[in-house]
Design a binder for this molecule. Structure first.
Ligand SMILES: [Zn+2]
Length: 91
C-alpha cells in the first residue's frame, strides 16, 4: 500500500511538472506580438494542457499566473563573463 502511494505521488508530481511547463510556455508566448506562429503555438499548448488535465491527478494542479492574473516574471539570463585563467588551466 505504501509503495502504491509513493507511485501515485511520483506520478502526480511528474504530471504537475508537465502541466506547469506547458503553462509557463503558454504565459510566455501570450506576451509575444500577434502572429500566425503565436496563434499556432497557443493552440498546440492549450491542446497539450487539455490532454494532461484528463488525468485525475491533474485536478489538484494550480497555476499561480492563471489563478492570480499576475504576469509571469521572467528573470534575465545571467551574463557570461570570461573565466580568467581558464585557458591556462585547460591547456
Ligand atoms: Zn497558467
Amino acid at each position: 500500500m505504501v509503495w502504491q502511494d509513493k507511485m501515485t505521488e511520483t506520478k502526480t508530481k511528474t504530471l504537475h511538472s508537465w502541466i506547469a511547463l506547458e503553462h509557463a510556455r503558454l504565459h510566455l508566448i501570450t506576451a509575444w506580438p500577434e502572429s500566425a506562429r503565436k496563434q499556432a503555438l497557443l493552440i498546440a499548448i492549450r491542446s497539450s494542457i487539455q490532454r494532461l488535465m484528463v488525468e485525475p491527478e491533474a485536478a489538484s494542479f494550480k497555476c499561480l499566473v492563471c489563478r492570480t492574473g499576475r504576469k509571469m516574471m521572467v528573470l534575465p539570463s545571467p551574463r557570461r563573463t570570461p573565466v580568467s585563467g581558464f585557458h591556462e588551466i585547460a591547456a
